[in-house]
Each structure stands twice: as structure tokens, then as C-alpha cells.
Write a protein that binds this ligand. Structure first.
Ligand code: ADP
Ligand code: MG
Length: 238
């Protein structure tokens, strides 16, 4: 496990500066929710932490290591997206084992790791199915299974529930929180759903236009919003 730090992180896409010097500290084991309007830079920030996007200026640190120049697979991070990104031609078992096969592990060891992760997420009975044979909620659980199988220090979620219907969303929130209680991985969870943010977060980070507007517990932000933007964003219904 490890803490996560962003230190004065700037991102340019060509001439366009989309993040203007973001500082953020996430404690070891903390569940931080990142909210803000579409286009404010949430996904870009996560992708830079994961190593899927270069950092223009500043540092990303995991524990004591500056990871700016590390390849994604060397970062001890797992990311879960809204569109699952499962391999359609692979069974659940092989989807979950895929990232392990890139490392030097025996078949027996990989099977044990997959079975362990499947047990945590109650996926044992689905291991021999293909993604097309699963419901939306099951697919999202497989995507989480694929993320936890390597036992990463840091979890990143990018609007993981936005493709699910309202009822399933409520259920999956609870599952993700239960998973976090169990694994205690350092987590950054992006959503544009205020209810999700208020109910899931240890602390909420409110972003606007590539800046961090305020960081605080759900109660802090509700009771003492720094400005009208935060008040409007936190207070408005999803
Ligand atoms: P969010 O996830 O908060 O909706 P994004 O991080 O996706 O926001 O986008 C932040 C800004 O960066 C937006 O203005 C978006 O148009 C721009 N952007 C995102 N990805 C790219 C890219 N690959 N090339 C150029 N501009 C991009
Ligand atoms: Mg996004």
C-alpha cells in the first residue's frame, strides 16, 4: 500500500493547457472522490497517474517513488473505466488473468490469484463465461476483478457506474465501498454524480477548468463550501 501525491502537475495538449498546477495528497488507504463538470480535467488527471498520458510539468509520486517516467505496468496501479474494456473473445478467467500473464508467473500461481480475486467479488461461478454472457453489473464486477487481481497499491476509477441503471448503481456503490473496506487500497474515484461523491468519499476534491477548487470531507464541503461554485455543485441533485 502507498500514499499518492500530485505535485504542481500541469498538462498541455498541444497549445491547450488543461491542468494548471494541481496539488493533491491522498493518504495510504484513503478513498478520495474527484468531482467536477465535464471537461474540467478529471480523466486527464487519472490517466496521468496511471501513466497513460504524459505529464507536461510537475511530479506524480506513489509512496516515495516519483513515477513520471515509469511505464503504466510498472506503476502498481489498476484503473477501472466506465466501458469495462473486457476482451470479448476471452472468458472471464482469461480476462482476469491477462495482466498476470505479462509477468513471469506459473500457471498454477496465476490460477490461484484469479480464484482469490474471484472469491472476493463473488465471480467464481462466472469464470468460464464470455463477457457477452454477462449482465452490465457482472461485467463491471469482472472489470474490478481484473483490477484487484494484481493487488495494486493504488486504484483509479473513472466514472465506473455511469453506464448502469439507477438501481444497480446504488448496489455497485456499496460493493465498491465494501471492496475498499476489505482491501484498503489507496483510491481515486471520479464521478459527476454528487450523491456518489457524498456517500462514498473520505474526502472530496472539487475541480473546475483544470484547477482544484476545494478539498474536504463531504461534511466540510456541505457545511462550508469555499465558494458559490462548490456550493452549487455539491448541493445540486444528480
Ligand atoms: P473530464 O474527464 O473532466 O470530462 P477530460 O480530462 O476528459 O475532462 O478533458 C479535459 C480537457 O482536455 C477538455 O477540454 C478536453 O477536451 C481536453 N482533452 C482531453 N483529452 C484530450 C486529447 N487527447 N487531446 C486534446 N485535448 C484533450
Ligand atoms: Mg472524463
Amino acid at each position: 500500500m502507498a500514499s499518492l501525491d500530485l505535485i504542481d502537475v500541469v498538462k498541455f495538449y498541444g497549445e491547450l493547457e488543461v491542468l494548471h498546477g494541481v496539488d493533491l495528497h491522498v493518504d495510504d488507504g484513503e478513498f478520495v472522490v474527484l468531482v467536477g463538470p465535464s471537461g474540467c480535467g478529471k480523466s486527464t488527471l487519472l490517466r496521468m497517474i496511471a501513466g497513460l498520458e504524459t505529464i507536461s510539468f510537475g511530479d506524480v509520486r506513489i509512496g516515495d517513488t516519483i513515477v513520471n517516467d515509469l511505464q503504466p505496468k510498472a506503476r502498481d496501479i489498476a484503473m477501472v473505466f466506465q466501458n469495462y474494456a473486457l476482451y470479448p473473445h476471452m472468458k472471464v478467467r482469461d480476462n482476469m488473468a491477462f495482466s498476470l500473464k505479462l509477468s513471469r508467473r506459473s500457471r498454477t500461481e496465476i490460477d490461484a490469484m484469479v480464484d482469490h480475486a474471484a472469491g472476493i467479488l463473488d465471480l467464481g461461478h462466472l469464470l468460464d463465461r464470455y463477457p457477452r454472457e454477462l449482465s452490465g453489473g457482472q461485467r463491471q464486477r469482472v472489470a474490478m476483478g481484473r483490477a484487484i487481481v494484481r493487488d495494486p497499491a493504488v486504484f483509479l476509477f473513472d466514472e465506473p457506474l455511469s453506464n448502469l441503471d439507477a438501481k444497480l448503481r446504488v448496489q455497485m456503490r456499496a460493493e465498491i465501498k465494501a471492496l475498499h473496506q476489505r482491501l484498503k487500497a489507496t483510491t481515486v474515484y471520479v464521478t459527476h454524480d454528487q450523491i456518489e461523491a457524498m456517500t462514498m468519499a473520505d474526502r472530496i476534491v472539487v475541480m473546475r477548468d483544470g484547477y482544484v477548487e476545494q478539498v474536504g470531507t463531504p461534511l466540510d464541503l456541505y457545511d462550508q463550501p469555499a465558494n458559490v461554485f462548490v456550493a452549487g455543485f455539491i448541493g445540486s441533485p444528480s
